[in-house]
Design a protein around this ligand. Structure first.
Ligand SMILES: [Zn+2]
Ligand SMILES: [Zn+2]
Length: 358
């Protein structure tokens, strides 16, 4: 089958023929119908997150189960599923303490699976490698969803939407009337904007380095768009009676933008880090600033959600019309167009590109 494979840091990924093993006990084969191009995949290509190569990219996808291994009870062939890049084991300490998003056995950046056509050991992103015609994954990495749910929307539920909505509802617990700033307007950031507005927040200040994101931000529900530059904290204060926002959500994963979010937050407010950054990127805050600002700095990992519970709930909300995600998809392409979608994302253009592999 064909898959989008990264071979070296900084080199554009290419479509290659690869071989996946047949589903073993407890595994399923899924034909991918739609896969989003997410910024975390870019981090595996540009070296922000160190990865073994060759690596099949992609971790945000939906498809149809086509084959199941022995002992699979969760799904049957023909079922539509959303892929989960952090399936909880349900046995470790975190899983036992209602924190499945911190499962000790989930979320490994790259897992060895399959072979290239030349016989090399292949790796798959976050245990999935979903920018491909098919994946073979453990049954717990698939979540059944209704067949009426459009595949391209289903794909986004598995990463950008779960992460963005969860950051607003579960981590920040945004209440009506709260002020929110969102820094970084990719798929996750735009989901945060939309969820903040749906929670009754106002103002919702959308921030990006690219002025071209203004229109997308307003379509997602932002009340104002601000360009991220030196004057950002002044601009935010001007819109929040001089105080700064109650919640600043950082969706980039960079020391400089975490600091910008910190400075845009009011005394006693909270900074939520959603972006996944590099391990050598240091955020420095003075001891006096930490004490005097009385701000809270928190991270929000994958929601924090239990995808087995929350993905079906989001799917129902899309189907009953209470969750509209149309604003998120700005481009559609095939597997052959996926490398160009990475280039667009690296340039900061558009929201989500959805790849339809077949
Ligand atoms: Zn993602
Ligand atoms: Zn666990």
């Amino acid at each position: 089958m064909r898959a989008l494979v990264a071979r070296a840091v900084g080199e554009p990924p290419r479509v290659e023929d690869v071989d996946l093993p047949a589903p073993g006990p407890g595994q399923v084969r899924v034909e991918i119908r739609a896969a989003g191009v997410c910024h975390s995949d870019l981090s595996m290509v540009n070296g922000t997150v160190a990865s073994p190569y060759p690596l099949v990219l992609g971790h945000e996808a939906a498809g149809v189960v086509v084959e199941v291994g022995d002992g699979v009870s969760r799904v049957v062939p023909g079922e539509h599923v959303v892929l989960n890049w952090a399936p909880p084991c349900r046995r470790c300490w975190h899983c036992g303490h209602d924190e499945p998003w911190l499962c000790e056995r989930a979320g490994t950046p790259a897992v060895a699976r399959g072979r290239t056509s030349g016989g090399e050991q292949l790796h798959v992103t976050l245990g999935l490698g979903a920018l491909a015609e098919q994946v073979v994954v453990p049954q717990h990495a698939v979540i059944p969803v209704p067949a009426e749910l459009p595949m391209e929307v289903a794909a986004l539920l598995g990463c950008a939407v779960l992460t963005g909505i969860g950051a607003v509802r579960r981590t920040a617990r945004v209440a009506p009337g709260d002020s929110v700033a969102v820094v970084g307007l990719g798929g996750v950031g735009l989901s945060v904007v939309s969820a903040a507005r749906a929670a009754g927040a106002g103002p919702v200040l959308a921030v990006d380095v690219s002025p071209a994101k203004a229109e997308l931000a307003l379509a997602a529900g932002a009340t104002d768009f601000l360009v991220a530059d030196e004057s950002l904290s002044r601009a935010v204060r001007a819109l929040t009676a001089g105080r700064g926002v109650d919640h600043a959500v950082e969706c980039v994963g960079r020391g400089s933008t975490i600091r910008a979010a910190w400075r845009a937050t009011r005394r006693g407010g909270q900074v939520i880090v959603v972006g996944m950054g590099g391990k050598d990127d240091i955020v420095s805050l003075s001891a006096m600033d930490i004490f005097h600002s009385a701000r809270t700095l928190r991270s929000s990992v994958y929601g924090p959600s239990d995808p087995d519970r929350d993905v079906p709930e989001l799917a129902r909300a899309v189907l009953d019309g209470t969750l509209d995600l149309g604003f998120l998809i700005t481009d559609r392409t095939t597997l052959d167009g996926a490398a160009e979608a990475f280039a667009r994302m690296a340039r900061g253009e558009g929201a989500r590109t959805v790849v339809v592999p077949q």
